[in-house]
Design a protein around this ligand. Structure first.
Ligand SMILES: Cc1cc2nc3c(=O)[nH]c(=O)nc-3n(C[C@H](O)[C@H](O)[C@H](O)COP(=O)(O)OP(=O)(O)OC[C@H]3O[C@@H](n4cnc5c(N)ncnc54)[C@H](O)[C@@H]3O)c2cc1C
Ligand code: FES
Ligand code: FES
Length: 478
């Protein structure tokens, strides 16, 4: 059997602590057999690919109150450990004070993934291709790490020891990320990928430059996807200080940034990466010099979540649960109470289909790439193949079977039929579940917003124009 066909690791226990102290106690008690889970978009894939054979217990942090906030105090923007990429994008504070991070978050996957994927999860996975890391690196951010033994602050630049490795101990949790505000500095994050959504970066670059008049006072430039960890373009950083950013200085700094030794892999050759680093560094520095770093920030990004749903309100303060294969998950599905066991170690998709008997939600890829498994979890679109089933405990879920409530079809389903937007139909439930949230959030989306909203959904047969037509048809009341 090919390694990809082997079954993944199924954890035997899913713990849901209600406080950070309980979470730390669980990690200390279980030792290396336990692993924290936030959005689950990395760890669930690692388990399914058997990359973490020792893990038997997941410690789900998402019900801990107080970790969902973005706050500003004493020149530091502070992100709680559960802040998602979509929260960063939606936060005026983050966009204003830490623009490169917001730009990086906007590059992560697609909207439904970003509804669960956290900034801290992105950091701890420690892939050099993870978008938040170069942004936080250039911004000079630190993390606050806590265990039963105490608390420490670690600069992002000192966190990584190699590919997917950090200095964090197995029983340590990151509780917050602290980012010095941009103040007078300007910053930008850019990414080169093969498409506009769901793309692993080929090269990413973040730069933060502080000016004194026209002269560069300080410069930070971080490069992603060129080495086993994110790296600084040190020579370029030092060269820029004390100079005016004219075209010659920019060209020389960009050339210096391209003196790293990039990796050669399936996504690109080292030579290509090197060329791109130079081009990206040059364009980035010009953009910063011209003060145009905010020009491409979208005025109305799409989240596939109704504005009224706040993650901090979803998390319950007194919530505490522990699930093994025998413990039932109790939740509301399509308006009805449901109780079904055997959730630990399963994805929500697997549990809905095989334990609850709702097979309308489809499994296209089981790794977050196709959107066929999209459901609504507490009102927001999520990829059910990347949600631990036990996370459904105490939640409200809507699947394609419940979307029309007591009608045969809802208006969007009707519009799909009218627009001939269905061929084999395998992707259809996912498109409709995403499209429904898009229309709820934004009843009259522009073509660009429809494209954003559906960017995480793939169809192998129909072509996308009919989906767009159906959604625009509902929006226009046709
Ligand atoms: C289809 C798809 C597309 C993707 N696209 C991108 C992309 O474009 N760019 C990108 O950068 N990433 C991308 N990712 C990767 C992933 O979504 C992000 O890295 C995400 O931010 C991880 O966050 P999470 O909350 O889901 O992490 P989880 O999977 O919950 O956790 C990730 C790791 O962090 C640890 N962890 C979580 N919280 C804590 C904590 N508080 N303290 C200590 N350890 C903790 C976990 O134990 C685990 O090791 C993609 C993933 C998928 C499946
Ligand atoms: S995204 Fe979940 S099955 Fe493809
Ligand atoms: S209609 Fe067949 S995959 Fe989309």
């Amino acid at each position: 059997m090919h390694t990809m066909q082997l079954p993944g690791i199924r954890v035997s226990r899913h713990e849901t602590p209600g406080t950070i102290e309980e979470a730390l106690r669980l990690l200390a008690d279980y030792g290396p057999a336990a692993r924290a889970v936030a959005g689950g978009t990395d760890i669930l894939l690692e388990l399914s690919r058997r990359a973490r054979p020792d893990v038997e217990v997941l410690v789900d942090l998402t019900r801990i109150a107080g970790l969902h906030d973005i706050t500003l105090a004493d020149g530091l923007l502070r992100l709680g450990a559960l802040v998602t990429h979509n929260q960063v994008i939606a936060s005026q504070l983050a966009v204003h004070h830490a623009l490169p991070l917001a730009q990086a978050s906007l590059e992560v996957g697609a909207p439904a993934l970003r509804n669960r994927a956290t900034v801290v999860g992105n950091i701890v996975t420690a892939s050099p291709a993870n978008d938040a890391i170069p942004a936080l690196w250039a911004l000079g951010a630190s993390v606050v790490a806590r265990s039963m033994r105490g608390e420490r602050r670690i600069a992002i630049r000192d966190l990584f020891t190699g590919l997917r490795r950090t200095v964090l101990a197995a029983d340590e949790l990151i509780t917050a990320v602290e980012i010095p505000v941009l103040g007078n500095a300007r910053g930008l994050f850019v990414k080169l990928g093969q498409r506009r959504a769901q793309a692993v970066s080929i090269v990413s670059l973040a730069a933060v430059v502080e000016f004194d008049g026209e002269i560069v006072k300080s410069a930070a430039m971080a490069l992603g996807s060129v080495a086993p960890t994110v790296v600084s373009a040190r020579e370029a950083e030092e060269f820029l200080v004390g100079r005016v950013l004219d075209d010659d200085v920019i060209a020389e700094a960009a050339r210096m940034a391209a003196t790293v030794h990039p990796i050669d892999d399936v996504r690109a050759t080292a030579r290509y990466r090197l060329d791109e680093v130079e081009v990206m560094a040059r364009r980035t520095l010009k953009t910063l010099r011209n003060g145009e770093e905010r020009s491409r920030w979208p005025s109305n990004p799409i989240f596939l979540a109704p504005a009224k749903v706040k993650p901090s309100e979803i998390a319950g303060t007194d919530f505490r649960a522990s699930h093994t294969s025998n413990t039932p998950v109790m939740c509301t599905i399509n308006g009805l109470p449901v109780e079904a066991a055997d959730a630990a170690g399963r994805s929500l998709l697997d549990w809905l289909r095989n334990k609850v008997g709702l097979t309308g939600t489809k499994e296209g890829c089981a790794e977050g790439e196709c959107g066929a498994c999209t459901v609504h979890l507490d009102g927001v679109a999520v990829l059910s193949c990347l949600v631990p089933a036990a996370r459904a405990h105490g939640s409200e879920i809507t699947t394609i079977e419940g979307l029309a409530k007591d009608q045969p079809f809802n208006p969007l389903q009707e519009a799909f039929i009218d627009a001939f937007a269905v061929q084999c139909g395998f992707c259809t439930p996912g498109f409709i579940m995403a499209g429904d949230r898009l229309l709820e959030e934004c009843p009259e989306p522009t073509p660009e917003q429809v494209a954003q909203g559906l960017s995480g959904n793939l169809c192998r047969c129909t072509g996308y124009y009919r989906f767009y037509e159906a959604i625009r048809g509902v929006a226009n009341g046709e």
